[in-house]
Design a protein around this ligand. Structure first.
Ligand SMILES: NC(=O)c1ccc[n+]([C@@H]2O[C@H](COP(=O)([O-])OP(=O)(O)OC[C@H]3O[C@@H](n4cnc5c(N)ncnc54)[C@H](OP(=O)(O)O)[C@@H]3O)[C@@H](O)[C@H]2O)c1
Length: 248
């Protein structure tokens, strides 16, 4: 498949779910993978298992909504590895409730992690990528950022924001060999969707023409393609991966 040999890739939210699948896929493709989240134990376990399968993997703990922490982590990666080629802004949270009941804190926390965190990351990797005249930035949005969803105004706003951020930065850096794209997953089996009731899951499943929930690997394969050399003419795009949910 696609080859990421000698590429240094940072994957945020790698401790579980979609981010973990992306880290596994990247390690199999030969990348030097830096796994990032707030949970050290989960990252240690992941890095050990990636190494056991022959991967080149490392970890850093960081709260990506802390701009200073994210920026200094990126600097330390560039110092330690000499380069930073790929950034996957995957970390994200939900704080679902109807807008009428949504607190300022619920709004701010979701926007700070899902959208501002991506801004911090992109800003921090710009210089090393521009210097190398090569880079790949992939932001994990959601179909909810395209369709909206009752009870997720904060989450949908953050995910729609990521799509606008992607298009704008793509235009700013296109001439420097850096592409910026988004993936908009539908309903993917992870801890995030495990929280939903069986009733809600059944209802969503009925709206998915392909007839199943997605796996982390369904997202990771597309992320791998966008990160590869072969995707060098694709920028500013959002690829929907949802089993046909939003066309049904
Ligand atoms: N699952 C779906 O159906 C679905 C659909 C559309 C979009 N998405 C998006 O896909 C991404 C991954 O989702 P998932 O389902 O894999 O979620 P998940 O299983 O809940 O994992 C979320 C990841 O983000 C990390 N994270 C959260 N806040 C963080 C912070 N402040 N700093 C650093 N890391 C943080 C978590 O690690 P720690 O808690 O250890 O820090 C964890 O690794 C999210 O952006 C989500 O919005 C998911």
């Amino acid at each position: 498949m696609f080859d990421l040999k000698n590429k240094v890739a940072v994957v945020t939210g790698a401790s579980r779910g979609i981010g973990k699948s992306i880290a596994e896929t990247f390690a199999s493709a030969g990348a030097i993978v830096i796994c990032v989240s707030r949970s050290e134990d989960a990252l240690i376990n992941l890095v050990e298992s990636l190494k056991a399968s022959g991967g080149n993997a490392h970890y850093r703990t960081c709260d990506i909504s802390d701009g200073e922490a994210f920026t200094s982590m990126v600097k330390s990666i560039v110092t330690d590895f000499g380069q930073l080629d790929i950034l996957i802004n995957n970390a994200g949270i939900t704080q679902d409730t109807l807008l009428m009941r949504m607190s300022d804190e619920q709004w701010t926390q979701v926007l700070d992690i899902n959208l501002k965190g991506a801004f911090f990351g992109i800003k921090a990797v710009m210089r090393p990528m521009m210097k190398k005249r090569w880079g790949r930035i992939i932001n994990i949005s959601s179909i909810v950022g395209i369709t909206g969803n009752a009870g997720q105004a904060n989450y949908a706003a953050s995910k729609a924001g990521l799509i606008g951020l992607t298009k704008s930065v793509a235009k700013e850096v296109a001439s420097r060999g850096i592409t910026v794209n988004c993936i908009a997953p539908g309903f993917i089996k992870t801890d995030m969707t495990d929280e939903l009731s069986d009733q809600v899951k059944e209802k969503i499943l009925k709206d998915i023409p392909i007839g199943r929930m997605g796996d982390g690997s369904d997202i990771a394969s597309a992320v791998l393609f966008l990160a590869s050399e072969e995707a060098s003419f694709i920028t500013g795009q959002t690829i929907v991966i949802d089993g046909g949910q939003i066309i049904s």
